[in-house]
Design a protein around this ligand. Structure first.
Ligand code: UD1
Length: 421
């Protein structure tokens, strides 16, 4: 298995281009199942999760091409669809469950494996199931698979989510585009990836209002047509690279970054003493002198501080001046990076959903192990600030969500390399 070697090497300077959002792309791709006409995505990121979704859609009978050549994914679902999402693919990636809503809407039937346990918590699917049942689907669980049927087709309904789940909102919105009548979804997730999905569905002919607010209204239509859609910038990749100069010092411009995608996160960086400015090309982040200040962070649904940036923010707090409390409210087991950061000399205590980080003057490089996608990049960020060499193993997690991480960080002067096993 490959690993990544990173050496703390002083401050960073230059530009990093921000890719299209992994999480947006993973919900936009299954939308191809909603139409027999082609759906083309531009600005798609080149990641192993996208390759997994490609494989899943192909196994369902969709044609998907283009990822190898670049950032354009051309899809078409004009042929017969096999509505069975197999465990062998679904277990690799939880977002595979986003084919459930589109398959039900298109075929009136779906058999989708449950994704199984996930390293960052239980991550149930009850909200997806209840939402689709409210639209008229009958769903039961047999042999680890959700068997869903909508004999008389889906019908619009009023649905209120117990938790503003991103995935449940996406599945319900996609299913409701082809349902008969009106669906009103309350306590819907407001994440930018939902806004991006709705903009794409609208380009395909769907009638939807209220994206980006807590209430989304969908007026079902008989059919959707083809479209071309540009994937929104990846706010988690953006936030991650905003942290690189914050941790190592220096000045880096994140090309294509938008502050509205990372508002609460940017506010926290500024509170910590990091300069964040909007530019014509994106966002510039700089830290010139001295240590950053400790700040408390509580993860929340959008527009709050994203859970997907909590591990990276913890890496910054490891060398901040003072004590920071990081409270994780979205997932119950998302501090697996803490013991790894402690191997590098960080002082962290975890009590339930809160981690207390007492900043130290500097970290020391060490061999560490990536435990999940965002945890792995937090270790690389910590390595940028550490004395000596940090060797991050199990980097396949990283390939799921960060394209060219080594190249992008080298481009701003980091000493980092991938070691092939
Ligand atoms: C998406 C993102 C993930 C991010 C998360 C929260 C993708 C592919 N993944 O995941 O990177 O960390 O949003 O911003 O977009 N829940 C239930 N029942 C359900 C569904 C969810 O109780 O049926 C709970 C979860 O356990 C969790 C919370 O709701 O505690 C939020 O999860 P959700 O928003 O659904 O996350 P995902 O869509 O899986």
């Amino acid at each position: 298995m490959d690993s990544i070697r990173v050496k703390g090497n002083g401050s960073l300077k230059g530009e990093i281009p921000i890719a299209g959002a992994k999480n947006a792309c993973l919900t936009l791709m299954p939308a191809t199942l909603l139409s027999e006409e082609p759906l083309t995505l531009t600005n798609a990121p080149r990641l192993s999760d996208i390759a997994t979704m490609t494989q899943l859609l192909q196994s369902l009978g969709a044609e998907v091409s283009g990822l190898q050549e670049g950032q354009v994914i051309a899809m078409s679902s004009h042929g017969p669809i096999n509505p069975v999402a197999d465990y062998d693919i679904v277990r690799k990636m939880r977002a595979s469950n986003l084919v459930l809503g589109p398959l039900l809407a298109r075929e009136g039937r779906a058999v989708v494996s449950l994704p199984g346990g996930c390293a960052i918590g239980a991550r149930p699917m009850d909200l997806h199931i209840h939402g689709l049942e409210a639209l008229g689907a009958e769903i039961d669980l047999r042999d680890g698979y959700l068997h869903a049927k909508a004999r008389k087709g889906l019908k619009g309904a009023k649905i209120e989510l117990r938790v503003a789940s991103v995935g449940a909102t996406e599945n319900i919105v996609m299913a409701a585009t082809l349902a008969k009548g009106t669906t009103i979804l309350k306590n819907a997730a407001r994440e930018p990836e939902i806004v991006d999905l709705v903009q794409c569905l609208r380009a395909m002919g769907a009638q939807i209002e209220g994206e980006g607010t807590g209430t989304i209204t969908i007026q079902g239509v008989d059919r959707l047509h083809g479209a071309t859609h540009r994937v929104v910038a990846d706010r988690i990749e953006l936030g991650t690279y905003m942290l690189a100069p914050a941790i190592a010092g220096g000045e880096v411009e994140l090309l294509g970054g938008r502050r509205d995608l990372v508002g609460a996160f940017s506010d926290k960086l500024e509170e910590a003493g990091v300069e964040v400015t909007e530019t014509a090309k994106g966002i510039k982040v700089s830290r010139k002198n001295g240590r950053v200040r400790s700040v408390n962070v509580r993860t929340e649904v959008f527009p709050g501080f994203p859970t997907d940036l909590q591990a990276q923010m913890m890496a910054l707090m490891c060398t901040a001046d003072g004590v920071a409390e990081l409270e994780e409210t979205i997932f119950e087991n998302r501090f697996m990076h803490a013991p790894e950061l402690m191997r590098m000399g960080a002082e962290i205590e975890v009590h339930g959903g809160t981690a207390r980080v007492r900043g130290v003057k500097s970290l020391k490089g060490a061999p560490v192990m990536a435990t999940d996608l965002r945890a792995s990049v937090s270790l690389i960020l910590a390595g940028l600030a550490a004395k000596g060499e940090t060797l991050v193993s199990r980097v396949y997690h990283l390939d799921r969500g960060y394209e060219h991480v080594v190249g992008k960080l080298r481009g701003v002067g980091a000493e980092i390399e991938r070691i092939k096993s």
